[in-house]
Write a protein that binds this ligand. Structure first.
Ligand code: PMP
Length: 372
């Protein structure tokens, strides 16, 4: 009887590569201090909430119609934001947007990856790169990263030459380590990738607004196989909005049109994102506060006696623990949820409000006492 509850996923005729796998996602636990998913701790300011309501009301009057399929107004404003904050001029034709940068990355892999093709990332890194590769039938190569979590150019270039991937992922700042990647490294890997295939090089800059260093966006100049991926989930404090975007040569933007679903970005999403972009300066003010809190976390964790990986993101990787999962559990027992990304010996904490960070520091200070 197919209506009984004992039909499990593996009883279904699913694709072989999905058998026995579990879905991506951090535990969503109801804990007082949640510093586990790299969210921005600040709710949107009230004037922006009002502006969203206004723009969504306006959009609601036209919901009987499909939205602007090409999201031209939104792409124009995203391009304006990129130009203003990086000094490198891009226009709407160089920008594409989707429901979170995860969807942007999925569209890129649907277009440039797929069955019989390969993508590479330098791990530990954002595990969704490999999972989206799997979901799109793209083979995945786990490339090397150094002991200090930087990318060793020679080792990485050798991996590219050997595997000849179709898509190369470079995450800067990297998640979960916080490590920024030098422009020279990106240039060297771009050259290696072009010599090997040529392939598409995707720089995932989800956290770049928190970096001590400038965006790698200007590297787009003269490099039609380079893509910069961005999101409004972190710096704009709008993880719930689901709005990610890319900047690349207009031909890349044209290419992803071949796989995007028609009307993928709802009119409500477009209106909300446009409202948020009107308040960019206020939101970037919160980013400045978070950067100084991030720097404080690094300094205080070191003062307590932890090892910390240099961070250019809104989170900090700290350790080392003989057993990271036990440490994760003990921090949780003190009411603070951090992230165990499966990097042996290390945990990751997102920079929260000063109060949340104090609660976290109290918890790890107590843990240090207990363990020494
Ligand atoms: N890239 C990186 C490196 C990330 O850490 C994340 C979010 N955790 C994303 C992309 C995806 O973010 P979103 O889909 O919310 O834009």
């Amino acid at each position: 009887d197919v209506r009984t509850d004992d039909v499990r996923i593996d009883d279904l005729p699913i694709r072989d590569e999905l058998r026995g796998k579990s879905p991506y996602g951090a535990p969503q636990l109801d804990v007082p201090v949640q510093l586990n998913t790299n969210e921005n701790p600040y709710p949107l300011p009230e004037p922006l909430v009002e502006r969203i309501a206004e723009r969504v009301r306006e959009a609601a009057r036209g919901l009987n119609r499909y939205p602007d399929r090409d999201a031209v107004e939104l792409r124009t404003e995203l391009a304006r934001y990129l130009t203003r904050t990086t000094g490198y001029e891009v226009g709407a034709a160089d920008v594409w947007a989707a429901n979170g940068s995860n969807e942007v990355l999925q569209q890129l892999l649907q277009t440039f990856g797929g069955p019989g093709r390969l993508a590479i990332g330098f791990e530990p890194s954002y595990s969704m790169h490999g999972l989206i590769a799997r979901g799109t039938g793209t083979g995945w190569i786990s490339g090397p990263r150094g002991e200090d979590f930087t990318i060793d150019v020679d080792a990485a270039a050798r991996a590219i030459a050997r595997h000849r991937p179709d898509v190369v992922f470079i995450t800067s700042p990297n998640n979960p380590t916080g490590t920024a990647v030098e422009a020279e490294t990106v240039l060297a890997l771009y050259e290696a990738a072009q010599a090997a295939k040529p392939s598409l090089v995707v720089v995932d800059e989800a956290y770049v607004e928190f970096s001590h260093r400038p965006s790698l966006l200007p590297l787009l100049q003269g490099r039609p196989h380079l893509v910069i991926s961005r999101t409004m989930s972190k710096a704009f404090g709008a993880a719930g909005l689901r709005l990610g975007y890319l900047a690349a040569h207009p031909a890349v933007v044209d290419a992803v049109q071949l796989v995007r679903l028609p009307y993928h970005l709802s009119a409500v999403t477009q209106a909300t994102a446009l409202a948020a972009l009107e308040h960019t300066d206020t939101l970037l003010g919160y980013v400045e506060q978070l950067k100084s809190e991030r720097d404080r976390l690094v300094a205080e964790l070191r003062a307590i006696g932890y090892e910390v990986t240099e961070s250019d993101a809104n989170f900090v990787q700290f350790g080392r623990f003989p057993d990271a999962h036990t440490a994760w559990r003990k921090i949780l027992d003190r009411g603070v949820l951090v992230r165990d990304n499966g990097v042996p010996g290390w945990l990751r904490v997102t920079a929260g409000t000063p109060e949340e960070n104090d609660a976290f520091l109290d918890a790890v200070r107590a843990l240090k006492k207990e363990q020494s």
